[in-house]
Design a protein around this ligand. Structure first.
Ligand SMILES: C[S@@+](CC[C@H](N)C(=O)[O-])C[C@H]1O[C@@H](n2cnc3c(N)ncnc32)[C@H](O)[C@@H]1O
Length: 230
């Protein structure tokens, strides 16, 4: 597959000028690692700056979302370790066997493009949801209704009932697919699904309490779009 991009764009993405240049580089020069670190940093900066711009009364140092549980940091550290170990033990192109992709004729670089697409989609939807929900959004689940808390049903909330979770889910999966990490991709899928499944159940108990029939009608009409979470 000939993936060609203007050189300026390739430079911005820290990609080599030809796909073969990535092969044989030490892991710390691998553009996938650079892109991963860039995406990770951008995600947390965007959490803070979108809150600052669109939801300033809720701005805290916690708005960077860096204190969201030890599991999150363990998972990303595990992903980095998996990437480094596989790069050392199975330097490209021997990584072709990962994901059973050799049989399908898919190269690690192709999987990385899928990962990058998921990261961009996830980041876009996450930030857009925070912007459109504005001061109805909070990083922690509200258990008492603020007098001005309004049910957001328009924009990206008409596509998914939980668009910021949808974005977070695919952004996080994308980071591991970008790195071509089979174990972490599987682990992230399971852990994230379990986390969002229980968080949505908990959050919706409060939303039904806050908005009653209006929320029940909205829930009947709009799905989460997350796999196996109606
Ligand atoms: C971290 S935000 C997540 C919002 C939503 N679950 C999403 O994925 O975009 C959690 C807060 O948003 C509020 N919330 C969730 N859905 C909402 C909606 N459709 N309209 C207004 N507030 C909502 C909840 O009350 C909760 O306090």
């Amino acid at each position: 597959m000939g993936l060609t991009l203007p050189n300026a764009f390739r430079f911005f993405l820290l990609l080599p000028t030809t796909s073969n240049d990535t092969l044989g580089e030490p892991f710390w020069k691998d553009p996938r690692l650079n892109l991963y670190l860039f995406s990770w940093s951008l995600f947390h900066l965007a959490e803070f700056f979108v809150t600052a711009r669109y939801n300033p009364t809720r701005l805290l140092t916690d708005s960077f979302l860096l204190n969201n549980g030890v599991t999150y940091h363990v998972a990303h550290s595990f992903g980095l370790i998996e990437f480094i170990l596989t790069s050392l033990l199975f330097p490209p192109p021997s990584q072709h066997w990962l994901f059973g992709s050799q049989a399908l004729g898919i190269k690690p670089l192709h999987l990385s493009w899928i990962g990058l697409a998921l990261i961009l989609l996830g980041q876009f939807l996450r930030s857009l949801a925070m912007i459109q929900a504005s001061d109805n959004f909070s990083h922690t689940i509200a258990s008492t209704k603020r007098h001005d808390h309004r049910l957001v049903k328009e924009g990206v909330y008409s596509f998914s009932r939980h668009p910021s979770y949808f974005g977070f889910f695919y952004w996080a999966l994308g980071t591991q697919i970008l790195l071509v990490n089979p174990l972490s991709t599987l682990g992230f899928s399971l852990v994230l699904w379990k986390f969002f499944n229980s968080r949505i159940k908990h959050e919706e108990i409060h939303l039904v309490k806050f908005f009653g029939q209006e929320y029940l009608d909205y829930r009947r009409r709009v799905g989460t779009k997350l796999p196996f979470i109606p």
